[in-house]
Design a protein around this ligand. Structure first.
Ligand code: NAD
Length: 414
């Protein structure tokens, strides 16, 4: 399913449970503005290649647009627009003073040298420089972008502007004003949400729960570390785009995390059985963490899922058809717009620290992150219980209520 259609369906499913005038709903169905760029890059071996790129501004009723930049061969305008729409919802749920934005470049970065990657990143930031800024749109990392790429973006932006403005980007390395804890924030935040979910399911403290993780990059590896370290649970399966590894006795983060870090792949890991990546869904486990890409579970494969709870760290990993099958099986879904909000929350902390010049300890960052996510979880869970709806529907009810409140005060102008 097209990701923007997925967003629209999720929005519709919340509408019966929230007071919203049709005109505001209509505004939320569309991005406010989308910039499309063509980035011509001179290749090291000679010749020029042109990459398509976008930045979508979905809604800014609550504050400046905020959202990551994705580098992936499958990126297109629709995906970027959908991801920016989800950011509007996510920021509203987390109580952040932001709207939703998202960027993407259609590129397979494995085909670029470091020099070509730097040039392409700078070309993107240059094209975006009239479309971003501390009080306008604050980009951050997403799939296949990282603190080094944020540094090139920021440096380009500041050179164009002619002054320093480190809060124009987040997800920077600490030496350029990045926040401690930012790299761990999505995984750490997800485990805070999982902990709250387990409390409600009466499962917190059960050490026999088995966990599987689809996607073993930034978010997935951190989720593995924290699910072991903070909740004492055993991960029995992990997967990346090349392979799934299964060991019913457990896969220690120290061992497999190190292997992935050293070899950049799970393929060839010896202390477990190697399977095709998608076979992870049918393995015996209690909790499934989705930390790869969108649309991982759909109407076709949802019936294979053995887990009774799913934590969505990826954006849009379950299609509405897949969700219907899972709901019939009684699976609890902790939805993306809540579960992976740790990244944007700590990005907001980075933005606050940069603007005030007062930098926080990592412990303080995680304490504030925990407070904010636990509070959002409780609010959403009581809406879900009160209205007898899913946690995702409740999350949208909360978000749409807050965004539309802001839109009513602002009015529709011009
Ligand atoms: P990443 O590029 O670091 O990792 C993605 C991982 O998914 C890689 O290990 C890749 O091999 C794996 N993958 C791709 N296709 C797969 C498949 N078919 N089966 C199994 N694994 C597959 O990206 P990331 O930053 O960890 O982001 C992962 C997801 O989390 C994305 O949906 C992203 O939008 C979302 N997210 C990330 C952040 C963040 O701060 N990094 C914040 C919010 C949401």
């Amino acid at each position: 399913m097209n990701p923007q259609e997925m967003f629209l369906k999720q929005l519709e499913q919340a509408v019966p449970y929230v007071t919203v005038e049709p005109e505001y709903l209509e505004i939320l169905r569309h991005p406010k503005e989308v910039l499309e760029l063509s980035l011509p890059i001179r290749l090291d071996g000679g010749g020029v290649k042109v990459f398509k790129a976008w930045r979508s501004h979905h809604n800014n009723a609550l504050g400046p647009y905020k959202g990551g930049v994705r580098y992936h061969a499958a990126v297109d305008r629709d995906e970027v627009v959908a991801l920016s729409s989800w950011m509007t919802i996510k920021c509203a749920i987390a109580g952040l003073p932001y709207g939703g934005g998202k960027g993407g470049v259609a590129v397979d970065i494995r085909e670029l040298s470091r020099n070509e990657l730097e040039n392409m990143s700078r070309a993107y930031a240059l094209g975006l420089s009239r479309f971003t800024g501390t009080n306008y749109d604050i980009p951050a990392p997403d799939v296949y972008t990282n603190p080094q790429i944020m540094s090139w973006f920021l440096d380009t932006y500041e050179k164009v502007k002619g002054y320093s403005e480190s809060s124009a980007y987040t997800g920077k390395p600490p030496v350029l004003g990045g926040s401690l804890g930012r790299a761990d924030a999505t995984g750490k935040g997800g485990i805070f949400v999982l902990r709250e979910g387990l409390v409600k399911l009466g499962l917190l403290g059960r050490k026999d729960l088995k966990v599987g993780i689809q996607g073993y990059g930034n978010a997935g590896t951190r989720a593995h570390r924290f699910v072991e370290q903070d909740l004492g649970l055993t991960v029995v399966a992990v997967s990346d785009s090349g392979a799934a590894i299964h060991n019913p006795k457990g896969l220690a983060f120290q061992e497999i995390g190190q292997y992935k870090n050293d070899t950049r792949s799970l393929k060839g890991f010896k202390n477990g059985e190697e399977l095709f990546p998608d076979l992870i869904f049918g393995l015996d486990m209690d909790i499934l963490i989705l930390a790869a890409l969108g649309g991982a579970i759909d109407g076709q494969n949802a019936s294979e899922v053995k887990a009774s709870a799913i934590l969505e760290l990826a954006n849009g990993p379950i299609t509405p058809d897949g969700e219907r099958v899972l709901a019939d099986k009684g699976v609890t879904i902790l939805p993306d717009v809540l579960s992976n909000a740790g990244g944007v929350i700590v990005s907001c902390f980075e933005w606050i620290q940069g603007r005030s010049g007062d930098f926080w300890t990592e412990d303080y960052v995680f304490q504030k992150l925990d407070e904010r996510l636990s509070h959002s979880f409780q609010e959403i869970f009581s809406i879900a219980e009160g209205k007898k709806i899913s946690i995702r529907q409740a999350a949208y009810v909360k978000a749409v209520g807050r965004i539309v409140d802001a839109m009513r005060f602002r009015g529709i102008w011009p």
